[in-house]
Design a protein around this ligand. Structure first.
Ligand SMILES: [Zn+2]
Length: 402
């Protein structure tokens, strides 16, 4: 059976895995939060600085300035037009799983219902969350803005990068785990896949509970956030959206690109590549979430290495190289351990785990960052901790089971 990190054996998580009976070879695709790891000497405060009392009008986003606000002499030089200041506070990183598009399928009382209540959020909840984050002056940033690679004494090192942000804005990194649309997701209220609409924008394809085909822009994070940033350009710094963390064992984004011998493989791959290209154009980046959704702490070195190579062989050619590794299950291997060195050398100097508060640490060869899990568990049990971001009580969807 599958094991979770020692600190994370929440009953809900355990029963979800047991009830779904997933095999160790395929993984579950749901990430377990961990308690605050020990030895985190640079643990940052859980809360962000209070909002300044007099927040000035939000500066226009340089890549999509609104015409009436734009001064003629500001158009030419974005950097000078922006009122950027060095940001020194904690960097929030939150993550979601794919949204529950059809609550009646997620919360239908079957064996998966509790897992969906624990680990997913509904469309309504996501919409309320991004509205609140925006009102709290968060701005989406690219995770790669946190560091830069330099050569020191002939050796490549990773150094922290000064974060310059619009005045009074707080940085926010958003990631989405398991945007693969695994088989179990299709039956439990997630959409089926991402597609491109007639205008070449990202939409979703699914079948509703009546079995009717649905193409929508309103039931998944990507089209919702794309639209929100379209309406509120100052919610995104330089067009950043989020990080999409993908495994490979059931393909990517709803395309079964793992079925290499399938007669439809070339066509499936082509469609996936078109969606990926559009995502990249519109501010989304990608991360490895392992190939088989393995717990890096629990599996052997060889298994982790093979899994990582499998991802590089099968998923990297689709999404392109990435420096970001998002541990499945919110796992985290010891800094300096053989597995850690392996992941860093394999091209993943940015290692993201799960934690209940912002955590960011630079070492000479890596960046380690925790992410808050935004899901039913945190909405219900971490309301105080989530306060700097949004009021969880006001976010919770009444469609959840009681
Ligand atoms: Zn996962």
């Amino acid at each position: 059976m599958r094991h979770f990190g020692a600190a994370s054996a929440l009953i809900g998580a355990l029963s979800f895995v047991l009830l779904t009976g997933c095999s160790a070879a395929t993984g579950m695709g749901v990430d377990t939060p961990q308690q605050v790891p020990e030895h985190r000497e640079q643990q940052q405060a859980a809360s962000v600085p209070p909002d300044p009392a007099e927040t000035p009008a939000k500066p226009p986003e340089p890549q999509a300035p609104s015409e009436q606000q734009e001064q003629p002499d500001q158009a030419a030089e974005n950097t000078e037009a922006e009122d950027l200041v060095v940001y020194k506070g904690p960097v929030e990183h939150i993550f979601f799983h794919p949204l529950i598009a059809y609550p009646e399928l997620a919360f239908d009382g079957d064996a998966m219902a509790k897992g969906y209540d624990d680990w997913f959020v509904t469309v309504k909840e996501f919409e309320r969350i991004i509205q609140a984050l925006y009102e709290h002056d968060y701005v989406l940033i690219d995770i790669h803005a946190l560091y830069e690679e330099k050569m020191e004494n002939g050796k490549k090192v990773i150094v922290p990068k000064e974060l310059l942000l619009p005045r009074n804005k707080k940085p926010l990194i958003l990631s989405i785990d398991d945007l693969n649309y695994y088989d179990y997701m299709l039956e439990n209220g997630n959409v089926y896949r991402l597609i491109l609409d007639d205008n070449g924008n990202v939409a979703t394809y699914s079948k509703n509970p009546k079995g009717e085909e649905v193409i929508s822009h309103d039931n998944e994070i990507i089209p919702l956030l794309d639209a929100f940033v379209g309406q509120h350009p100052d919610f995104s710094f330089h067009g950043a959206k989020g990080v999409i963390a993908l495994t490979g064992y059931q393909g990517v984004l709803g395309y079964r690109t793992n079925e290499l011998d399938s007669p439809g493989y070339e066509s499936v791959k082509k469609q996936a590549l078109q969606v990926i290209a559009r995502l990249k154009e519109t501010g989304w980046t990608f991360a490895s979430h392992g190939y088989g959704h393995l717990d890096a702490v629990r599996v052997s070195y060889d298994r982790l290495a093979n899994d990582t190579q499998q991802w590089k062989k099968e998923v990297e050619p689709l999404v392109g190289p990435t420096s970001v590794y998002i541990y499945p299950y919110g796992s985290r291997v010891e800094t300096g351990s053989a597995k850690y060195n392996y992941l860093v050398k394999a091209g993943f100097p940015v290692l993201c785990s799960v934690g209940p508060a912002p955590y960011l640490k630079h070492t000479p060869d890596s960046v380690m960052m925790d992410r808050r899990h935004i899901d039913g568990i945190s909405l219900k049990t971490q309301q105080d901790r989530l306060k700097p971001l949004f009021n969880a009580e006001e976010v919770i969807d009444s469609v959840r089971p009681r």
